[in-house]
Design a binder for this molecule. Structure first.
Ligand code: COI
Length: 351
């Protein structure tokens, strides 16, 4: 693979960094054309793309992405968490969006090279890591609405701390009962860029009302809890961990599936099923629902302190303290991720 190194390395950031605002010196790029397939894999200095204004990504948005991370263990070894799962999910998203499949192993090899090259950018402070963003966009320069024949795949990397501004403090969720994120048969099950654009109106509404994120309900009945957009959602009810089942409109999170497996392995009862928002609200009132947390690559395990529903706030416990099972999930997962606990599931990938 061709590697073009930067002649002007950037200054590394010092102190707290806002999520996803600083990028490393290099990026990985590959291109797709009908005749050549995926080709021209290379690492090059981080730089802008030059695109024709008629490029279809600007108009019809055939684009998908992934979120991954790399960090160092105490011995200074570089690790990633289940990276092949992300490239597999990217191919699932590609299938839905009519984007040609990538060679998962080849792209992982490219990522490994990139992480090795920019390894000095991996932050080592508490809760910090190198966030990795692979993405694909279509780039046919033509305005007809059809499946594109040219695509660009790229990977950029960003040193980050906690995703939410308040770090690990419990977040406040707003239950959206007008706008919807995704419907069955649509794109909610995939990491499609449009899902995120479609979520912004409700996020703005939630933020203006004093919440951090939106808790989405199903599009058909506005009754069942789905996910948070940046994370999947879990509740603890009568000591049992419950999470919405994947019904076709929820993103199949890699942290989600890992936490289900990990908590079951630790002896917790974990169920995936339809969960009515009313069941959660009534459960908080009666004291049966004691904890709520979100899972995601960026969010890791984010405790939820308050759920706002139909004009009223419902606090989990005192709304400020992270619950016991949430803490156990966070600690157990991050210990495996950082090499502080045995990797019983073979999830850690050493670079
Ligand atoms: C991730 O957790 O990696 C995500 O992609 C969620 C968000 C930052 C869009």
């Amino acid at each position: 693979m061709k590697i073009i190194k930067t002649q002007s390395p950037k200054q590394k950031p010092i102190g707290k960094i806002k999520f996803g605002t600083v990028f490393t010196d290099h990026m990985f790029v590959a291109e797709y054309s009908k005749n050549e397939g995926w080709h021209n894999e290379r690492i090059q200095p981080y730089q802008p793309f030059v695109l024709d204004p008629s490029s279809s990504i600007f108009h019809y948005g055939q684009g998908v992405f992934e979120g991954m991370k790399a960090y160092k263990n105490k011995a200074g070894e570089i690790m990633m968490f289940r990276p092949l799962e992300n490239f597999k999910r990217m191919n699932s998203s590609n299938g839905r969006m009519m984007i040609p499949p990538i060679d998962e192993k080849k792209m992982l090899d490219g990522l490994v090279e990139l992480v090795r090259l920019d390894q000095d950018w991996i932050p080592t402070g508490e809760g910090e890591y190198l966030y990795i963003r692979p993405a694909i966009f279509d780039c046919d320069a033509a305005l007809g609405v059809h499946t594109a024949t040219n695509y660009t795949f790229f990977i950029i990397m960003s040193p980050v701390g906690a995703y939410y501004a308040n770090g690990l403090a419990p977040v406040r969720l707003f239950v959206e009962d007008f706008y919807v994120r995704a419907s069955k048969g649509g794109t909610g099950h995939y990491k499609f860029i449009g899902n995120y654009a479609a979520s912004l109106k409700a996020s703005d509404k939630a933020e203006k009302a004093g919440y951090d994120q939106v808790l989405w309900l199903d599009a058909q009945h506005k009754k069942y809890v789905e996910e948070v957009g940046s994370m999947n959602i879990f509740f603890v009810k009568n000591g049992e961990v419950i999470t919405p089942s994947l019904e076709g409109s929820i993103l199949p999170g890699i942290t989600r599936m890992s936490i289900i497996e990990l908590l079951r392995h630790k002896g917790y009862k974990v169920s995936e099923r339809l969960i009515e928002i009313e069941e959660i609200i009534q459960g908080i009132i009666s004291g049966e629902v004691t904890e709520c947390f979100g899972t995601g690559t960026a969010a890791v395990i984010s405790p939820v302190g308050v759920i706002g529903y139909k004009g009223k706030d419902y606090a989990l416990g005192d709304g400020k303290t992270t619950g016991k099972i949430t803490m156990d999930a966070y600690q157990s997962l991050t210990d495996i991720q950082h090499g502080d606990a045995p990797d019983a599931f073979n999830w850690v990938y050493k670079v």
